[in-house]
Design a protein around this ligand. Structure first.
Ligand code: SF4
Length: 437
């Protein structure tokens, strides 16, 4: 039985968060007064990406979603021919906000997958959920469809931080969503948290962590990432402008004000990112508080109670096969990697879904990835698997780097694994670079 994982991309959200560079579009038809697609026409909503106009979007959200799901089903059918001997070990619905669409579509997609591939008996089926987009009926339907793990995007327990990020929900919305999930027998839940927010103090982050850890039923898994300011996002624009020419600041500031977002933008401009020192303090605090509560840090930013590591993400980090379906989804099967088109109109309209940026991974490419991904796992790089795959002894090949980092207390080699120590994980990028140079 040869396993593969399946990633399904659902690129729709209620509105675009201000820091988000994921391939996602607000469903403009929802007429959210804060939606950036309506107020800032340079930012696409799903309807305009599909070819409609912003002015006539109000009735078309359902049609775009329906057409997208049909396109997904046809992609499943196309890919099935090439990988018909596989069994699905995990499915991950990511986005976007998969919980924003009608739950019947999640059921339909799982059924479509099962037409072509058997699902392993213990398959992990995860759905990303944003508070404010789930209700009793959806929980029930997801459960019926076979979803057995939810990943809830909370980010912060402070409403003012959530608002500043452009999130659609409050902490109370999260509690309703979380309790709804528990009541519907979803016990395997991840909560996403984010540190390093503009204006965030160490005490604010401590409060977020402690509040989540002290829930009556704490989540089985916590992902804790630092905010990254990405180009092409509202945060990226604002911070780019702050660092650039002052006169441009004013011009752009005025334009945004015209779009009715003045208050939001002016507030952003007043806020500073936490200092490097505070950022480090938050990072160490995360590891310490979660360890004290029994969470195992199994990847740099991911923590789980025993037995609740995300099996789907471990497939990526261990470089196993995964098939990505949907807009912009990436796949890697039998050491061939490719991406789908990122154009919504094209994805929905084409008869056959071409593969883009197809790459046959060479042995050097795979060693590169093995180091990049393997050192992010606290377990480290499996030395036997390395020898098996590449015919070379990892310790001999990298003896200089291994000796150096062992002396510095950043790396250990034991029980068949080369792994970064806790201190090594703090400077993982630096260590990885040395191995790759
Ligand atoms: S909910 Fe997620 S995918 Fe959607 S805009 Fe916000 S961060 Fe991006």
């Amino acid at each position: 039985m040869s396993l593969m994982s399946v990633y399904i991309h659902i690129p729709f959200c209620v509105r675009k968060c201000l820091y988000c560079d994921f391939l996602s579009f607000p469903l403009g038809g929802q007429k959210d007064p804060d939606s950036l697609c309506c107020s800032d026409k340079s930012r696409l909503c799903a309807e305009s990406a599909y070819g409609g106009t912003i002015e006539d979007c109000s009735d078309s959200a359902d049609k775009v979603v329906e057409a997208y799901i049909e396109a997904l089903k046809s992609e499943i059918h196309e890919r099935a021919d090439s990988y018909d001997s596989r069994t699905i070990g995990s499915i991950f619905f990511g986005g976007g906000t998969p919980s924003v669409i009608d739950a019947k579509y999640i059921k339909e997609i799982i059924e479509e997958l099962r037409k072509y591939w058997p699902l392993a008996e213990d398959a992990e089926v995860t759905l990303e959920v944003n508070p404010g987009t789930a209700d009793e009926d959806k929980f029930r339907l997801w459960k019926e469809a076979g979803v057995n793990r939810l990943s809830i995007g909370l980010q912060s327990v402070h409403d003012e931080e959530l608002k500043m990020l452009g999130r659609i929900h409050t902490y109370d919305d999260f509690i309703k969503c979380y309790e709804g999930a528990l009541q519907n027998d979803f016990s395997n839940i991840n909560v996403d948290l984010m540190s390093g927010l503009p204006g965030q103090k160490v005490s604010d982050w401590t409060d977020t962590l402690e509040t989540v850890l002290n829930l009556d039923t704490p989540p089985k898994h916590i992902s804790a990432y630092s905010l990254i300011i990405e180009e092409g996002t509202v945060f990226g624009d604002v911070y780019g402008e702050m660092e650039g020419d002052g006169s441009r600041n004013i011009a752009v500031g005025e334009a945004k004000a015209e779009a009715g977002l003045r208050e939001k933008y002016l507030k952003l401009k007043d806020l500073d990112l936490p200092s490097e020192k505070d950022d480090r303090t938050m990072y160490h605090l995360t590891a310490r508080l979660l360890r004290e509560k029994g969470y195992n840090r199994y990847e740099i930013s991911n923590y789980a109670l025993e037995g609740y590591e995300c099996r789907h993400n471990l497939v990526y980090w261990n470089r196993k096969d995964y098939l990505g379906l949907g807009l912009g989804a990436a796949s890697c099967m039998d050491n061939v990697r490719w991406k789908n088109t990122a154009e919504l109109k094209q994805y929905i309209s084409v008869v056959s879904h071409d593969k883009y940026e197809v790459e046959d991974l060479s042995s050097a490419d795979r060693i590169f990835e093995c180091i990049m991904l393997g050192f992010r796992l606290t377990k480290g790089i499996d030395l036997y698997a390395f020898k098996d795959e590449f015919g070379e002894d990892f310790v001999s090949r990298y003896s200089r780097q291994i000796e150096h980092f062992k002396k510095e207390g950043l790396l250990s080699v034991e029980n068949g694994y080369a792994a970064l120590t806790e201190r090594g994980l703090d400077v993982a990028d630096h260590v990885i670079l040395e191995f790759l140079s």
